[in-house]
Design a binder for this molecule. Structure first.
Ligand SMILES: [Zn+2]
Length: 304
């Protein structure tokens, strides 16, 4: 079926026609060039850019026709609405449908729409903070909450795939971490739910999850040694560390020093319990700092 004119993105004064699989858009070169370096270069050079073809040769009712190869018409419609309609996308609104966020993230990046990219990044970095305390709060907020009109977990996996596609390195480690929660079986269920992940993305997720899991197991396994190093003489004689096998959370928030020390330490004095909690929190920080490396990235600071 031939693509049809998009109702709200067909401007009579437009001077270029963009074509996709289902829609045609009659829009303005100058406006696109102001916001997007890719369109700016294309219109200035009058040459095809990678992924975009046909500006010189093809005409549509006398106007240059640009075929956006490989882009879904509905995604391009989201992008152009965000360009033209001031209230279409608001970075403070976390109920914006996920489909819009993903389209703006991927196409905003592909065509280098600076303002749109910057707004989407600000929103996503607020929702996926790159700090241990920040992400503990996200985890403790519970996985029952909704984000972008769907269950938060669905957003995690969809955004991981989108950032992997768009190569948005700054968000990738925290999204990999977000998706490492729970069991491998559960991860596969979520991947199926969102329609699959790129093979290399899934491999990075699962290998990184194994490394994270090993670091958490190691933290727990060392608790008896840690305690014997720091405990007072009366605790050395009378206190014990137990219930280690009960500690099986896959994210750091279930290993907070105070909670974990209280749950594993039997008959410890107040000071030794506090000291153990401090040691656990130091270990937690060390693991947090290594999380980007588990997923193939240098470190949190290098991502800014
Ligand atoms: Zn003690």
């Amino acid at each position: 079926m031939a693509p049809k004119r998009h109702e709200s993105l067909w401007f009579s004064s437009g001077d270029v026609v963009l074509s996709t699989n289902i829609y045609l858009f009659k829009v303005h070169k100058e406006l696109l060039a102001l916001q997007s370096s890719v369109f700016k270069d294309m219109f200035e050079l009058e040459q095809p850019v990678e992924g975009v073809q046909g500006i010189v040769q093809e005409l549509y009712e006398g106007l240059p026709l640009v075929a956006l190869v490989g882009d879904e018409g509905k995604d391009v419609a989201h992008l152009l609405k965000a360009v033209y309609y001031r209230d279409y996308y608001d970075r403070d609104n976390d109920k914006t449908p996920l489909e819009i966020i993903v389209a703006l993230l991927v196409l905003g990046n592909k065509y280098d729409f600076k303002h749109i990219q910057s707004d989407v990044m600000k929103q996503l970095l607020r929702l996926y903070p790159n700090t241990l305390d920040g992400f503990d709060d996200v985890d403790q907020g519970g996985y029952d909450c909704n984000l972008f009109g769907v269950h938060r977990v669905k957003s995690d996996f969809k955004l991981l795939e989108a950032c992997h596609t768009a190569n948005v390195a700054v968000l990738l480690p925290i999204l990999y971490y977000a998706c490492s929660e729970f069991t491998v079986e559960w991860i596969y269920e979520q991947v199926d739910e969102v329609g699959g992940l790129h093979a290399s993305c899934l491999r990075t997720l699962l290998t990184g999850k194994c490394k994270l899991s090993l670091a958490l197991r190691t933290l727990v396994a060392f608790l008896p040694d840690e305690f014997s190093n720091i405990s007072c003489s009366s605790c050395k004689a009378g206190a014990s560390v137990r219930h280690l096998h009960h500690q099986h959370g896959s994210h750091l928030w279930t290993y907070k020093g105070q909670d974990l020390a209280q749950s594993v330490l039997k008959d410890g004095c107040k000071q030794c319990t506090a000291n153990l909690a401090t040691r656990i929190d130091e270990k937690r920080e060390e693991i947090w700092e290594k999380i980007p490396s588990f997923f193939g990235f240098a470190g949190w600071d290098e991502l800014q």
